[in-house]
Design a protein around this ligand. Structure first.
Ligand code: TPP
Length: 140
C-alpha cells in the first residue's frame, strides 16, 4: 500500500490484506500442479501457491521481470509455473475457467484439484450459477 501511495505501482490497486488465513488454509492443501484462479484482489494467493516473490513484486510494479512481463499488473498475477491459470478483474470471470480446468482434469483422468477464489460480489453473476450447474452435472 505504501508503494502504491508513493506512485510505484501503476494502475488501480486492490489489497488482499485480511484474507491471509483463507489463502494459507486453502493453498496449503494443494499440490504445486493443482490449479487455481484468483480475482482483482488476489495478491497473497500466488504466495500461498508458492510463487517467487521477486517476480511477483516485479509484476505488481509493471516491470519486465514480472511473471507476465509486467503486462498484467496487480490484477493479473497469473503465475503458470505454480498452477495459477488466471487472475482477472472481471468479477466472476475465474469461475467458468476453474470449471473448465476441473473438466480438463476429469477428461485427462488425473487427480488435479482446481481451487477458485471469488468475492461475495461474484455470487451475483450468471457465471457463478452457470458454472456450479455444470460442475454439478459433470460431477467435477
Ligand atoms: C463483470 C464485472 N462487473 C463489474 C465490475 C466492477 N467491479 C469491480 S470490483 C467490483 C466489486 C466486486 O466485489 P467482490 O467480488 O465481493 O470483491 P471485493 O472487491 O469486495 O473483494 C465490481 C462490481 C467488474 N470488474 N466486472
Amino acid at each position: 500500500m505504501r508503494q502504491f501511495k508513493g506512485g510505484k505501482i501503476p494502475g488501480p490497486f486492490h489489497a488482499s490484506m485480511g484474507q491471509e488465513a483463507a489463502i494459507v488454509g486453502s493453498c496449503l492443501a494443494l499440490r504445486i500442479d493443482d490449479a487455481m484462479t484468483g480475482t482483482h484482489r488476489s495478491h497473497g494467493h500466488p504466495i500461498g501457491k508458492g510463487a517467487h516473490l521477486d517476480a511477483l513484486m516485479a509484476e505488481v510494479m509493471g516491470k519486465e521481470g514480472g511473471i507476465c512481463k509486467g503486462r498484467g499488473g496487480s490484477m493479473h498475477l497469473a503465475d503458470r509455473s505454480v498452477g495459477i491459470i488466471s487472475e482477472s478483474a472481471i468479477v466472476g470471470g475465474g469461475i467458468p475457467l476453474a470449471t473448465g480446468c476441473a473438466f480438463s482434469a476429469m477428461v485427462r483422468g488425473v487427480d488435479q484439484v482446481t481451487l477458485c477464489f471469488f468475492g461475495d460480489g461474484a455470487v451475483n453473476q450468471g457465471t457463478f450459477h452457470e458454472s456450479l450447474n455444470m460442475a454439478s452435472l459433470w460431477k467435477l
